[in-house]
Design a protein around this ligand. Structure first.
Ligand SMILES: Cc1ncc(COP(=O)(O)O)c(C=O)c1O
Length: 392
């Protein structure tokens, strides 16, 4: 019997093997400094838990509206207005999704036809490519080289354009590099998309985690809303990865398709979780708690930059991330495959990392290290990494 052949085009990520190995080593009693997971080390604020528990006690444990409760959609619209300066109608232009990943699924499912070309920077989060392939898109990777701050040279987009090009996928800021383009670049890309009749899907799940100038929301330009699909979630910004709640904001006709995709895949996001999400997005005290989390990431980022200055390694090169909570460490001087680097650092130095090649060909020679871990782990882990590299 035949299987779905699309899956032959998706390679199993090398990160799975590394994750399994790390778990086995931990179970075996070995002490591992885990700098591999993209999950905040903070707990979800207690007040958010309280709202969810109360909602459950109040009986919100059955099916809920597929589009999401109106109060949550209103909270999302207010957030988008407050932080990004873009207006969305909570009645027709917002869909509540099962995390950012499902927001991305409903986005691509709504606009993609089989064989459409989808342009995705390399490196980027593997799901962006994998999902587009699952949905029978033709993925074209656009190099985002370290030498250009991990942003594609603009000509690379133009060069990749074919009559079949339909979609550009942005991550703003990027996992794994933390990079994001300046406002002028996004404007130029929007002009390019308008001229060539392209959709822009912008994944902004790290949008509130930045260390300098605020990233420009891809929809924050005149006329951009009609061709832009914003994907976001509460996972990273509110330390709510396990709650699985996010959203898609787009024009009403896109949301109509996305709603069908959502109804026919998940029915709805759990109603008590929706209530907690509405509270998280709108309560002023919670915004302060999340601001403190952002301050902790900024402190750890400074810590790594200080250490790298102090240790002066020529084997591990450090670019300061502009956003998100990762360093994309450059090990190219070692001329070793990134999977080998990660396996050996794990075995020989006891630090868990993710190979850069998991994010695309351009990630080869790089390694992703998270700073979503305690200051002690970040410092101890980074010191061990550099020590290991210096011995090579
Ligand atoms: C760029 C990017 N988008 C989306 C997600 C998934 O987010 P969520 O947990 O909200 O599904 C991740 C998770 O690592 C990510 O890195």
């Amino acid at each position: 019997m035949n299987l779905n052949q699309q899956f032959e085009l998706i390679r199993q990520s090398s990160t799975v093997a590394i994750f399994d190995r790390i778990s086995a080593m931990k179970v075996g009693g070995q002490k591992i400094v885990g700098l591999h997971v993209g999950d905040p080390d903070f707990g979800t604020p207690q007040e958010i838990l309280d709202v969810a528990i109360k909602a459950m006690q109040d009986g919100l444990t059955h099916y809920g509206p597929s589009r999401g409760f109106l109060d949550l959609r209103q909270a999302i619209a207010s957030k988008l207005m407050r932080d990004e300066g873009v207006t969305y109608d909570p009645h027709t232009e917002i869909l509540v999704t099962h995390g950012g990943i499902h927001g991305y699924y409903t986005a691509t499912q709504s606009i993609l036809n089989p064989g459409d070309d989808v342009l995705i920077p390399d490196p980027s989060w593997a799901t962006h490519s994998n999902m587009a392939i699952m949905l029978r898109g033709n993925v074209i990777r656009i190099p985002a080289p370290a030498e250009n701050g991990f942003i594609p040279y603009f000509e690379a987009w133009e060069k990749a354009l074919t009559p079949k090009t339909r979609v550009i996928v942005l991550t703003n800021p990027s996992n794994p590099t933390g990079a994001y383009p300046m406002r002028e670049y996004v404007q130029k890309l929007q002009d390019f998309a308008a001229k060539n009749n392209l959709w822009i899907v912008s994944d902004e799940v790290y949008g509130s985690l930045y260390y300098g100038e605020r990233p420009t929301c891809a929809a924050a330009f005149d006329g951009a809303k009609e061709r832009t699909l914003l994907v976001n979630s509460l996972s990273k910004s509110y330390a709510m990865t396990g709650w699985r709640v996010g959203y898609l904001a787009a024009s009403a006709r896109v949301i109509e398709n996305a709603l069908k995709a959502s109804q026919n895949s998940i029915t709805c996001v759990a109603p008590f979780i929706q209530k907690a999400a509405a509270f998280a997005l709108s309560d002023p005290a919670i915004q302060e708690v999340t601001a403190n989390m952002r301050a902790a990431y900024a402190r750890r980022r400074d810590l790594v930059l200080r250490l790298s200055h102090e240790l002066e390694s020529e084997k591990v090169l450090v670019t300061p991330p502009q956003g998100a909570f990762y360093f994309f460490l450059d090990f190219r001087p070692l001329k070793m495959a990134s999977t080998e680097i990660c396996e050996r650092i794990l075995e020989e130095a006891g630090v868990g990392l993710v190979p850069g090649s998991a994010f695309g060909e351009q990630g080869e020679g790089f390694v992703r290290m998270t700073i979503a871990a305690s200051d002690e782990d970040v410092e101890a882990g980074f010191r061990k990494i550099v020590e290991w590299a210096e011995k090579q």
